[in-house]
Design a protein around this ligand. Structure first.
Ligand SMILES: *Cc1c(COP(=O)(O)O)cnc(C)c1O
Length: 411
């Protein structure tokens, strides 16, 4: 069930889920406790047997700080309900186990951990999984029809994807999944709820690595799952007994971060687009992938289903006869303001070369099949002055150009 929000996302980010305490704290404090006391056996039984809501035990998620965070997370995605997790992977694992035991079809590039879980680990439990590239979308109906059983079937996708920022049509894919009685789960990590609301487009569940934009400061690890109370009810049992509930301290830190999510993401959207446009004209850059560029293949679809194009962009360094991996690495190593780290969504700009980090585990042939070139560098744009980020990129690219003749001479 989708809850049509009455307030803008900015207002929901600040106020949703907050309850003033007895001392007048303007937001829910950290209940740094593992268990909660009751006045009587009858009172504890009321909570244990579900007649009353209340705090009971933190691993169950029955802790006011965690529940306040979940109310905020639900409001931000326009969902009826939300569950917080200790990591994005914990959220994905729980939803796959709760609702994907009849089989899972993954479309397009997904996070490395997700691909490992789907390709190597869930099949060990007898769960059928299929990984389709974006170019193989025509096989979706056939793959879904091949999955049988009543144990729940899922279609899973990220949009935009990592690192090529491929954009998938959430509404159209949700319709196809539903025609087969399957549910659609969208990993909304790259877009953030500010730029994309998959539930309103027809997805059944949204998952986040809250470690990225939701946390936004590269200082916490957490995950989130949003959807109907009915679907999340089944997932909560898995979270409880896998023990993947976040700590109250992390929940409070994440709620703190969510209050500024829209200002951060809007600034990152604007900077990323400005940087993408400048880099597109740079002679040492062969290609810029960013959904906001009119030249980008997924631009029209992104403009239709997103409210902003996000803070991620991927550059392909012009290697001009040189080894593309070395040419890209030389640019990465000369950057001063961008931090070389395999994550995204923080206030500090980050850079990675996918073939050395996020996609290092794939064979060169598989990377090529997925359209991930060795010359790619992925940028997560932070909150620094965009002019200074552009200047940093320009000096890193200029130095590489200056070295090119030497390299040729040495051969
Ligand atoms: C990082 C990431 C994950 C995994 O999240 P963790 O919080 O590291 O477990 C899943 N999906 C995407 C798109 C990610 O970027």
């Amino acid at each position: 069930m989708i809850k049509t929000p009455e307030q803008s996302i900015a207002t929901r980010c600040v106020h949703a889920g907050e309850a003033a305490d007895a001392h007048g704290s303007p937001h829910t404090p950290i209940y740094s406790t593992s268990t909660f006391a009751f006045p009587s056996t009858a009172a504890i039984l009321d909570v244990v047997e579900g007649r009353a809501s209340g705090s009971l035990y933190t691993r169950y998620g029955l802790n006011p700080t965690i529940q306040a965070l979940e109310a905020k997370l639900a409001a931000i995605e326009g969902a009826e309900s939300a569950l917080a997790f200790a990591s994005g992977m914990a959220a994905e694992a729980a939803v796959f186990l709760a609702h994907g035991r009849g089989g899972i079809v993954c479309i397009g590039d997904a996070y490395g951990g997700t691909l490992e879980l789907l390709a190597d680990q869930l099949p060990l439990l007898g769960i059928a999984t299929h990984l389709l590239l974006g170019t193989e979308l025509d096989q979706l109906d056939e793959r879904l029809a091949s999955l049988s059983g009543n144990a729940g079937r899922l279609v899973f996708l990220e949009t935009p994807t990592n690192p090529a920022l491929e954009v998938f049509d959430i509404a159209a894919i949700a319709e196809r999944a539903h025609a087969h009685g399957a549910r659609l789960v969208v990993d909304n990590t790259f877009a953030s709820p500010v730029n994309q609301q998959p539930l309103a487009l027809g997805a059944d569940l949204v998952v986040h690595s809250a470690t990225k934009y939701l946390g936004g400061h590269s200082d916490l690890t957490a995950g989130a799952l949003m959807g109907s109370a009915e679907l999340l009810g089944a997932v909560a049992g898995w979270r409880k007994n896998l023990g993947t509930t976040p700590a109250p301290e992390t929940a409070a830190l994440l709620a703190r971060s969510l209050r500024t999510l829209p200002v951060r993401v809007q600034a990152q959207n604007a900077s990323a687009l400005a940087i993408a446009e400048t880099m597109q004209a740079h002679p040492r850059v062969a290609r810029v992938l960013h959904p906001g560029l009119a030249s980008f293949p997924g631009h029209a679809l992104a403009a239709r289903q997103m409210n902003g194009f996000g803070g991620m962009l991927t550059l392909e360094v012009a290697a001009e006869g040189a080894d593309p991996a070395a040419a890209a690495a030389a640019v990465v190593d000369r950057l001063k303001l961008f931090t070389l780290a395999p994550s995204l969504g923080g206030v500090e700009s980050l850079v990675t070369q996918p073939c050395t980090t996020t996609h290092h585990g794939l064979t060169p042939e598989e990377r090529q099949r997925r359209g991930i070139s060795d010359a790619m560098i992925r940028l997560s744009i932070g909150l620094e002055d965009p002019a200074e980020l552009i200047a940093d990129l320009e000096q890193a690219l200029a130095d590489t150009a200056a070295e090119e003749p030497n390299r040729v001479d040495q051969r």
